[in-house]
Design a protein around this ligand. Structure first.
Ligand SMILES: *Cc1c(COP(=O)(O)O)cnc(C)c1O
Length: 496
C-alpha cells in the first residue's frame, strides 16, 4: 500500500514515510492509493475478535511496510491496560435507533486518546525505517484536548521529545491542570500570552525555519507533528467505526449487511473522515451526519457546496469544534474529485486567496449523496444535555450533545429510522461547569473540583480516575512566554 499526496497524485510514499514526515513537501496530505475491501465474511470474523486484534487486522491493510510483530507491539502498547473499559470503546443505547460510541475511556478522557495513544508507537517504528537513529522532537500547539492526549501518549517514549504550547487564558481549568501536572522525563509544557491561533502560527513558523532545522539535524534530531493531518492519527480512527459495527453484529442489534448511519461532532473533520474511509472500505454505512456547533461552516458547505470561512468565530461550550478551517476536508475533496489533484489545488488556492471556494456540481452531488449535516447553538446544546439525561439517564458532554441534537433533528426531518452510531467524544466531567449549567444546577463561583464533585453528586455518575487523580496535584510546569518568545523557549529547551 502506497500513499499519494492530495496536491500531487504522482508523489508516492510508503506508510512509514507518510507517518514520519506528517505532511507532503508541497503541502498536500497523504491519502491511501486505494481502500482495502472488507467482505461480509471478514466483518463476521472481526466481530469475534477483541478490539486489539481488530485494530491489528485493519491497520495491517494500510501499514503494509510494518511487520506483523511491529504492528502487534504498536497496537498492544497503545491499548492494552491503558483504557478504563476492557473493550477500549463502549456502545451505549440511546432510544430505539441510536447508540453512543464512547471513545473517551482512555487516560485523558477525550477521543483523541484513541489515536494519540497509538501514534507514538507508529511514529517511532516509522522513523526507525526511514530516518534511523534520529530523536523526534514534536511540537504541539493546542486548544486543550490534543495537548494533553499527546503528552500522555508520548511521555517517556524512548527516542522522542515533546514541547506543548497552550493559550494561557484559552483552555478550561481542568485542561490546564491536566497539562501542567503532566509526568514524563521527555516532555515540557509552556503557556503563551495569546490565543490558539498565535500558538499555532508560531509553531508552524518554527517547523519551516530552515536554519533551526539544520541545527537540529546536526544534533541528530528532527521535528515532527502530532496533529490530525498525520496519517498515523487518522488510520487508528477508521478502526473504531468498523469495530462498532462488529459490536452491533455480535450483540445482534443488526444483521450482517444492514446499513447504519454514523453521526459525528465535527471540528477539523478528522473523525468523520475516518468514518467515510470505513465506508469506502465496504462497511455498510448509509448516511454520514456531520454535526457542528454555531461555527457551522461545514453545515453550509454540505448543504450548498460553498465553503466560506469569512464569518465570525464563535466561542462555544464545545470548544474543540470551534474551527473555521477544517484541514482534513482536503482529503475528502480529493476523493470527491476522483483523485484529481489539479481540482484540489484550485480549491485550496481559492481558500487561501479568498477564504472560500465553491464545489463543482458533480462533486457537490457526490458530497450530498454521502453526507447530511446540521448544527445547533449553545442553548440547544444545553437543552440536549438536559433532555438526554432526563429521558435516558445518560450524561453526555457538550460536544457529544451537539451530535445527539443534530441526529435527532435529522431523524425527525427525514423520518430515517436507520440504526445510527453517534460518536461520543469526551467524558462529561471534563466540562463540569457547562454540564452543571445545562442541568440547571448552580455552578457559579465553584472551584474546578467542587464542580466535578457536585456533578457526580447530582447525577450519580462516576468521576473518571484520570481526572480524580488530579485533585490537589501541584503543577509541575509554570513557564509562560509571549508568542514572540516561543522560538527562544524551543532553542533553550533543546539546547540548540
Ligand atoms: C477534537 C474533538 C472534536 C472534533 O474532532 P475532529 O476530528 O477535529 O473533527 C470533537 N469533540 C471533542 C471532545 C474533541 O476533543
Amino acid at each position: 500500500m502506497n500513499y499519494n499526496s492530495t496536491r500531487d497524485s504522482h508523489r508516492t510514499a510508503s506508510a512509514a514515510e507518510a507517518i514520519a514526515t506528517g505532511i507532503s513537501r508541497e503541502g498536500g496530505l497523504f491519502v491511501p492509493e486505494r481502500f482495502p475491501q472488507l467482505t461480509q465474511e471478514r466483518l463476521l470474523q472481526l466481530s469475534k475478535l477483541s478490539y486489539i486484534e481488530r485494530a491489528k487486522d485493519i491497520l495491517g491493510e494500510y501499514l503494509t511496510d510494518f511487520t506483523e510483530e511491529e504492528l502487534y507491539r504498536c497496537v498492544s502498547g497503545a491499548y492494552a491496560g491503558k483504557f478504563d473499559d476492557e473493550s477500549v470503546t463502549n456502545l451505549a443505547r440511546l432510544g430505539d435507533n441510536a447508540y453512543l460510541l464512547e471513545l473517551w475511556h482512555g487516560p485523558t478522557c477525550a477521543f483523541k486518546d484513541m489515536a494519540l495513544q497509538l501514534l507514538p508507537h507508529l511514529l517511532t517504528t516509522s522513523a526507525k525505517k526511514v530516518v534511523d537513529g534520529k530523536e523526534i522532537v514534536i511540537l504541539v500547539a493546542t486548544s486543550g484536548d490534543t495537548g494533553k492526549a499527546a503528552l500522555e501518549g508520548f511521555k517517556d517514549i524512548p527516542g522522542t521529545r515533546m514541547l506543548v504550547f497552550y493559550p494561557e487564558q484559552g483552555v478550561s481549568p481542568m485542561q490546564k491542570l491536566q497539562m501542567t501536572t503532566q509526568e514524563g522525563g521527555n516532555v515540557a509544557v509552556c503557556g503563551i500570552r495569546g490565543n490558539f491561533d498565535d500558538a499555532q502560527t508560531a509553531v508552524k513558523r518554527i517547523f519551516t525555519d530552515q536554519a533551526l532545522a539544520g541545527r537540529l539535524e546536526q544534533s541528530g534530531r528532527m521535528f515532527s507533528s502530532a496533529n490530525s493531518i498525520n496519517w498515523g492519527r487518522l488510520a487508528p480512527q477508521i478502526v473504531y467505526y468498523i469495530s462498532a459495527y462488529c459490536d452491533l453484529l455480535a450483540d445482534e442489534e443488526i444483521a450482517l449487511g444492514d446499513p447504519i448511519n454514523i453521526c459525528v461532532p465535527t471540528g477539523n473533520f478528522g473523525n468523520i473522515l475516518a468514518a467515510y474511509y470505513a465506508k469506502r472500505m465496504g462497511l455498510p454505512v448509509a448516511k454520514l451526519i456531520c454535526a457542528s456547533n454555531e461555527n457551522n461552516v461545514l453545515t453550509e458547505f454540505i448543504e450548498t457546496g460553498v465553503y466560506n470561512r469569512n464569518r465570525p468565530f464563535h466561542t462555544t461550550i464545545s470548544p474543540s469544534m470551534d474551527i473555521l478551517i477544517s484541514s482534513n476536508l482536503e482529503r475528502l475533496l480529493y476523493a470527491l474529485a476522483d483523485n484529481d489533484d489539479a481540482q484540489v489545488r484550485a480549491l485550496m488556492d481559492s481558500l487561501s486567496a479568498e477564504g472560500s471556494y465553491t464545489l463543482p456540481a458533480p462533486m457537490l452531488e457526490r458530497l450530498r449523496d454521502e453526507f447530511a449535516a446540521g448544527c445547533c447553538d449553545d442553548g440547544a446544546t444545553r437543552a440536549a444535555i438536559r433532555a438526554t439525561f432526563d429521558t435516558y439517564s445518560y450524561l453526555c458532554d457538550p460536544h457529544t450533545a451537539v451530535a445527539v441534537k443534530v441526529y435527532q433533528d435529522y431523524a425527525a426531518r427525514t423520518g430515517d429510522a436507520t440504526k445510527t452510531v453517534i460518536a461520543s467524544t469526551a467524558n462529561p466531567f471534563k466540562f463540569s461547569h457547562s454540564v452543571l449549567e445545562a442541568l440547571g444546577e448552580p455552578a457559579e463561583g465553584l472551584a474546578e473540583f467542587e464542580l466535578v464533585e457536585r456533578l457526580a453528586a447530582c447525577t450519580g455518575c462516576e468521576i473518571p480516575a484520570g481526572l480524580a487523580s488530579l485533585k490537589g496535584r501541584v503543577p509541575r510546569f509554570s513557564d509562560v512566554c509571549d508568542r514572540e518568545g516561543i522560538l527562544d523557549y524551543v532553542v533553550e529547551q533543546l539546547g540548540l
